[in-house]
Design a protein. Structure first.
Length: 101
């Protein structure tokens, strides 16, 4: 499992999404270019799967006031890379990886 986590203050959600996408671009290159997996973005087992393995994205923000304005960008990342970017405010608490949303 690969967890991409961005911790940002209020007003930096766009920057967080861009940084996650930049890392996805690096991770999703073909193996000959140094990426960690190959395959079609929509079907590759390297992306977020029902059994919670693969690549997962999280943004933790000071507040979520900017989140509604960025839903199209978040949805584009989901469609292009098959990765849902989960957004939390203030903090993200879990008791083990199996309990991540």
């Amino acid at each position: 499992m690969v967890l991409l986590v961005e911790l940002k203050s209020t007003g930096k959600y766009k920057q967080a999404l861009q940084q996650i996408e930049d890392m996805l671009k690096r991770l999703c290159k073909k193996a000959s270019n140094g990426g960690i997996h190959t395959g079609n973005h929509q079907t590759s087992p390297g992306h977020e799967t029902r059994d919670k393995r693969g690549i997962r994205g999280y943004v933790v923000l000071g507040t979520g006031i900017e989140v509604p304005k960025r839903q199209l960008e978040r949805e584009r990342i989901r469609q292009e890379y098959g990765v849902v970017v989960h957004t939390k405010t203030k903090r993200l608490e879990v008791n083990g990886l199996d309990n991540l949303p």
